[in-house]
Design a protein around this ligand. Structure first.
Ligand SMILES: C[S@@+](CC[C@H](N)C(=O)[O-])C[C@H]1O[C@@H](n2cnc3c(N)ncnc32)[C@H](O)[C@@H]1O
Length: 268
């Protein structure tokens, strides 16, 4: 992953800046979370199911609200993220709430150097693989950290969404993972006017690339879903539709916004 080092460094800087804004935002609502409200959504709660007593590894956990929420659901949780500011904040919240999540600060691709235990569940959600250049290595890592019979679950934004320009007016990017996409951003999804500016690098991944990577590493897909809405108002030009869920203005619910995958690690 050495060839991607500069991209990762710039992304990490950006996520450090975003974390400083996110922690006080209405979007993340840390106050309600500290008072006991779960940050998890119905989609992942319903689809992943009972986590009680299970060892759960959360990849790209940001500042740990979902990871701690899984522990509140009964999991023995570990969260990892490469943003040192996010992990520092996650550890502070964990201590303040007297929770027992283990938080690790590292790049996903370096995780084997930091953890040596195996998990019943590997979880990742909402804004994850778009930051990762190589899904083959990512899927190998998931398989490595799962016990035989363990579950991988992800819910994320749909690759067709990442083809669009930021106003969702026209197709701007390739559906396929042909090259790095570099953008200068200002603000962040929790506060578009926040006074931060960053350079970020991302990669588009078609569904075929995601599914092929998982299958190649013995992760048998048990569930695949697509949803025309998001629980988050995190893009420009969104409006609330059915059950308070967010969709792109003018698209009604004609366009997929999310997909989810649940897979089981086969014994070799
Ligand atoms: C959109 S957030 C994940 C969303 C999460 N569900 C939340 O709490 O909002 C993306 C996270 O991925 C992390 N990240 C991006 N690239 C990474 C990498 N290569 N290794 C580890 N973490 C990474 C960022 O630091 C950020 O916290």
């Amino acid at each position: 992953m050495k060839i991607y080092q500069t991209y990762f460094e710039e992304n990490k800087l950006s996520w450090n800046k975003r974390t400083a804004i996110h922690k006080d935002s209405a979007f993340y609502d840390l106050v309600s979370f500290k008072n006991g409200i779960s940050s998890l959504n119905k989609i992942e709660l319903d689809e992943l199911g009972d986590v009680k007593g299970k060892n759960l590894l959360h990849l790209q956990c940001h500042f740990g609200m979902d990871t701690i929420s899984w522990e509140r659901e009964g999991a023995i949780a570990t969260g990892i993220d490469f943003s040192d500011e996010a992990i520092k904040l996650a550890k502070e919240i964990n201590t303040e709430l007297d929770m027992h999540v283990e938080f690790v600060c590292c790049n996903v691709y370096d995780l084997k150097q930091h953890l040596d235990n195996k998990f019943d569940i590997v979880f990742t959600s909402y804004g994850t693989i778009g930051w990762l250049p190589n899904l083959d290595d990512w899927a190998a890592l998931i398989a490595h950290f799962l016990k035989p019979g363990g579950i991988f679950y992800m819910v994320d934004f749909h690759p067709t969404l990442w083809m669009m320009d930021e106003n969702f007016e026209k197709i701007k990017y390739n559906y396929f993972n042909t090259q790095v996409i570099t953008e200068e951003i200002s603000g962040t999804y929790s506060d578009r006017n926040a006074s931060i500016k960053s350079i970020e690098h991302g990669w588009n991944h078609p569904l075929s690339e995601i599914i092929t990577a998982l299958l190649k590493h013995n992760l048998r897909i048990k569930l695949f879903n697509e949803f025309p809405y998001s629980p988050y108002n995190c893009f420009k030009n969104m409006e609330q539709g059915q059950a308070g869920m967010w969709r792109i203005i003018g698209m009604d619910e004609k366009m997929p916004i999310l997909y989810s995958i649940k897979a089981v690690k086969q014994s070799q």
